[in-house]
Design a protein around this ligand. Structure first.
Ligand code: GLC
Length: 740
């Protein structure tokens, strides 16, 4: 449909019909399944409203969506098709690692492939739009939704956000197997005070622009079709009613012309926030901020018409929002084909097909981070007596909280994978303990978690069986972790250690066998101090998804050499939070390893450094960095500087290494981070092989928000660091002289 046809369609719509286009409902009004992902109290809507609603969320299945669309179009006066949206966060039916695991691959190209697969599978199931990528920058692992982020770095999150948009949207939304993407949560949802979900976010505009905004911009620059508002406040005004953020910045400064959708019930929540006395005020704030779709609350439907009738808002505002929704439907080709690519045969052919599973398996192995290894890894397929103990030794709950459309029974457990892999080695399995402590009470999410009555006798037997098994084993693999409902939305934790029942299991096993490999299943950086002190090896596996068992077994037995790097720091303890690599030097800096004195910026009881830093991850082989050179020491606005370094594989196995480029601006009109990631290159080296890796540095890469809040570079000296993680001390110095 061309624009004039859309204009004509809009002109024929009544004000009520236009307002109904801005409503999004759950599927239970349309015979669809209702996977509720928010606080939806059952709302009474008129039949007319339901027949004119613009979109529904989290209903999937080719047959079902065709039926819903057919019945809807029979009743819709203008034959405007429904939009179907859902949370496809880390895969639809082929579930990939949670985004924090995807971030640990440091491989945006590979993650783009996962988004392509997610789009192919869900588009065949009738989906139009996914509420992804989530690019919220995170520095506080107490917040449950760090599992949905690719980490603490703006540049890296931008690479992944753009890659996911390209993966979902392809070259055109009229192409089969594509989805429109919706970047979220705009903005700075990842910085709630205390790491407590939905809590206040308060920061300087400089920090907002330097750290928290760039990844959203990168996703929009990649062509992202939609934006979702965040629940939190930004500078005292909730994002969903924040005109500065949504109109002045998003639409006017950045030029975003697409659809802006509220998060779940966020328009109504303007009242709870205390910026709207009633629903009418909430409706006015949101529509004036340019929020187009009201997700699952009746605020727009109940108040916008009255606001127009009383002249408090112009109908033009509503027309603009409705037109953006109609244009999005048009971009998706829905007026020509309201069923788009819904196709039962395609669904059967694509969902969980071998090709998708093998990609998932590959991504799992690249997302694993080897945090420690004093020789227990890799395991041997022959002549080894291996015990796999722990609640995750044979558990299908590996997909994380946002796998709401996935099929748990399709997940490959660690036990299933190991049984297929070992040849002569003896392998035995024991649960050892439950995941959660007996007194832990956590409500579920979209899928409830069966409440298990704690049975002390059974617990004692489980523990004893594990201890006996550990006693007679050469090596013990302890598969431990959080329950998936302990992270994700509403999953904030004040303490971030493993459940006590599992720490007790770890201690009891360590008493009888010190050759322990800990494999972790968790949705956040944890406080691993005790594990780190006693385990021989530690593998961070996140929630790895459908092919979790296979990908982990590939790494444990060295069919794949681990190459993951942390995209979020692991704190030494919860008291250290927030801890992140790109911090500021302070006026009284304490150098790593220095004892320091009282009057320096330090703790008296723990080190300043995280337990494991951003960018950190080991391999079964070793990489040696040498010969950092710059082709010039003076950079001007017109030139570029090339830094090169030689990386050699000095170990026994082939392996991949992510070479990281960091830059430090030694003095600016405002303080500058001690390091900022500016480039990554993932290379593969055979044993003994060397490669020279080059990075180009330009003046543009050195720009920041200066004291006058202008985005520009300043003359002066800079350090270039290149290494295998953010604590690298391999550097050279250069100078920027813009004027030359
Ligand atoms: C949830 C989440 C958001 C999700 C939306 C729809 O509350 O905050 O990330 O996309 O509602 O399910």
């Amino acid at each position: 449909m061309n624009q004039s046809a859309l204009d004509e369609l809009l002109s024929k719509m009544t004000l009520e019909e236009k307002i109904d286009q801005l409503l999004q409902l759950t599927g239970d009004y349309y015979k669809g399944s209702d996977i509720s992902t928010g606080p939806s109290s059952y709302m009474k809507f008129e039949e007319d409203t339901i027949n004119n609603t613009g979109s529904i969320l989290n209903v999937l299945g080719a047959k079902k969506l065709k039926q819903v669309q057919t019945e809807y179009l029979e009743k819709n006066r203008h034959k405007i098709p429904l939009l179907f949206l859902a949370d496809i966060i880390n895969g639809y039916k082929t579930i990939f690692p949670i985004p924090l695991g995807l971030g640990s691959t440091f491989n945006p190209d590979l993650v783009q492939e996962s988004a392509e697969v997610a789009a192919k599978e869900s588009a065949a199931s009738g989906l139009h739009i996914t509420f992804s990528p989530m690019v919220d920058l995170v520095r506080d692992p107490r917040w449950g939704r760090v599992m949905e982020s690719t980490g603490e770095d703006a540049y890296l999150n931008g690479l992944f956000g753009a890659a996911m948009v390209k993966g979902y949207q392809g070259k055109s939304l009229t192409e089969e197997g594509t989805l429109a993407a919706c970047v979220k949560h705009f903005a700075a949802y990842g910085a709630p005070e205390g790491g407590r979900d939905y809590n206040t976010v308060d920061m300087s505009e400089r920090t907002l622009r330097e750290q928290y905004l760039p990844a959203y911009k990168a996703a929009l620059d990649a062509g992202c079709a939609m934006v979702m508002t965040a629940f939190n406040t930004v500078d005292g005004i909730p994002a969903t009613g924040n005109k500065w953020l949504m109109k002045d910045l998003l639409r006017d400064e950045w030029g975003f012309e697409g659809v802006l959708i509220s998060d779940y019930a966020a328009i109504a929540e303007l009242m709870a926030h205390g910026v709207a006395e009633d629903g009418e005020e909430a409706a006015r704030l949101a529509i004036e901020a340019g929020v187009d779709i009201d997700m699952v609350t009746p605020v727009y439907v109940q108040h916008l018409k009255k606001l127009v009738d009383e002249g408090k808002i112009s109908e033009q505002l509503i027309d603009e929002s409705v037109m953006r929704v109609l244009q999005l439907k048009n971009q998706l080709g829905l007026f020509e084909n309201p069923y788009r690519f819904a196709n039962e045969e395609k669904e059967k052919e694509l969902i969980l097909c071998e090709e998708h599973r093998s990609l998932a398996r590959k991504i799992v192995s690249e997302s694993l981070v080897l945090l420690k290894n004093e020789g227990a890894l890799p395991l041997c397929k022959n002549n080894q007596n291996i015990a796999f103990i722990g609640p995750y030794a044979d558990n299908k709950g590996l997909s994380g909280l946002w796998s709401i459309h996935g099929d748990t029974d399709q997940v490959v457990t660690l036990k299933e994978a190991v049984m297929k892999k070992v040849e002569g080695s003896q392998v035995h399995f024991a649960k050892g303990s439950e995941i959660l402590d007996p007194d832990t009470k956590i409500s579920g999410f979209a899928h409830e978690v069966e409440e298990k009555e704690f049975n002390p006798e059974a617990a004692k037997d489980d523990l004893q069986e594990a201890i006996e098994l550990a006693k007679k084993s050469d090596v013990v693999v302890l598969a431990l972790g959080e329950h998936s409902i302990q992270s994700g939305e509403g999953g904030s934790r004040a303490a971030i250690t493993l459940p006590e029942i599992q720490l007790d299991l770890f201690r009891k096993i360590h008493e009888v066998n010190q050759n322990i490999v800990v494999v972790l299943f968790n949705g956040r950086p944890l406080d691993l101090k005790e594990i780190n002190e006693k385990a021989n090896a530690i593998v961070e596996a996140w929630f790895p998804g459908t092919e979790g068992g296979n990908g982990i077994a590939d790494v444990l037995f060295n069919d794949v050499n681990p190459s993951g790097k942390l995209s979020m720091s692991f704190p030494y303890s919860v008291g250290q939070i927030p801890v992140y690599y790109n911090s500021y030097n302070t006026g009284r800096p304490l150098k790593k390893g220095e004892a320091g004195h009282r009057f320096q910026s330090r703790y008296t009881d723990i080190p300043n450094e995280p337990l494991y830093p951003f960018g950190f991850g080991l391999s079964y082989t070793e990489f040696e960095y040498s010969g950092l050179t710059l082709d010039k020491k003076l950079l001007t606005q017109a030139s570029k500087l090339t830094a090169s370094i030689t990386v050699k594989n000095t170990g026994d196995y082939a392996g991949k290494e992510t070479v990281q480029l960091y830059i430090q601006d030694l003095a600016g009109s405002v303080i500058r981070p001690v390091k900022e990631l500016k480039g990554i290159k993932k290379i593969e080296l055979q044993p003994g092989e060397s490669k020279t890796v080059e990075f180009n540095i330009t003046e543009e890469m050195l720009r920041f928000y200066t004291a006058s809040m202008k985005f520009e570079s300043e003359n002066g000296k800079f350090k270039i660091f290149i290494g295998s993680n953010s604590e690298t001390e391999i550097f050279e110095v250069f100078e920027l002289k813009r004027e030359e």
